[in-house]
Design a protein around this ligand. Sequence first.
Ligand code: SF4
Ligand code: SF4
Length: 343
Amino acid sequence: MALLDASNAGKIPRTPQGVTPFQKLFGERYPDGAKWWSYMKREVIDPQRHLEPNPKKTEIEDFAALTEEVKQMTLDLGAAQVGIADFNEAITFTDAEDLGHKSVIVFLMPMDFDVMIDIGPKSQEDVHKTYFLLDELATRLATRISAYGYSASVQANRGEIPLPAYGQLAGLGELGKHGSLISPELGSAFRISAVSTDMPLVADGPADFGIDEICTKCHICSRFCPGEAIPAQKVDVNGMLRWQIDTPACHPHFLRLYGCKICLSVCPMNARGDKKAEYKDVAKDIREAKDAPGMLELINSRGDLKMEDFNEKAAKLTPEERELVWWEEPYPLRTANYDGLKD
Ligand code: SF4
Ligand code: SF4
């Protein structure tokens, strides 16, 4: 059993996010639908993320019963899986606002498997739609919690907490070698969000599903990652020994491959749930492609990736225009890797 040990965790530096000219190339290639969902999330939903508590607080006698009620509410609102974690001040981002929260309701929404394994513009629309639906769900849930007289905040991407770690702490799965949470029910084919609150809910806590052990022996995601961004071993990240992808090495490939997701697609944990039949096609691709360049060739032969177009534009950028300023603090892995961009 090797669950994430957070007892020595320190605050986590946030992955930098700016819009460099290199990232703009990625945004420009979004289909219109993806731009629309992205606008709805950013401009309509995100500004509502902190909910003020109802000044007339409901007297709660049984928090265990309320916890079950809140979980059912989350499922009724459209989540596929839900779990509760204790809010841990140490497992927050360095620039996180101090919310004084006690509990985190974490939930998962499945991605259509066919869309998830599609590397190209079509899947971008569905990814952005799922992010919107997740945040909309979270906002509705936070609104209902605030009506009990407790403060609640939507913890979507760019919130106060790292979502995969809280997914594990809520007993929804384990962190995989590809750096994302793996659910025993949904494999890697889902997106995650959360609501934090000062409501003292009863935590589920982490559970051992045997996934970490499988990841120590399996190397499929590392083998097919075009950026060689998935190390074979765990690394110490802010006091936690964990799987950690080399984000700067992933970054250029993530941008040119429409959000990439190859590591999520090839993960055999997808075949554990009800996607066994669909995963057979991915398994066939794995056998045919053999390695990362082979997989890229296969994907490119099927889709409309317009990689040459991206590479041509990327080649005109200066090294400074491509780079984000990566974490200011020393970080175990950071090797921005532009190999394969043919420039
Ligand atoms: S998203 Fe792509 S480049 Fe990034 S780690 Fe996964 S497979 Fe590698
Ligand atoms: S592909 Fe294998 S090593 Fe990678 S996350 Fe999935 S199970 Fe773990």
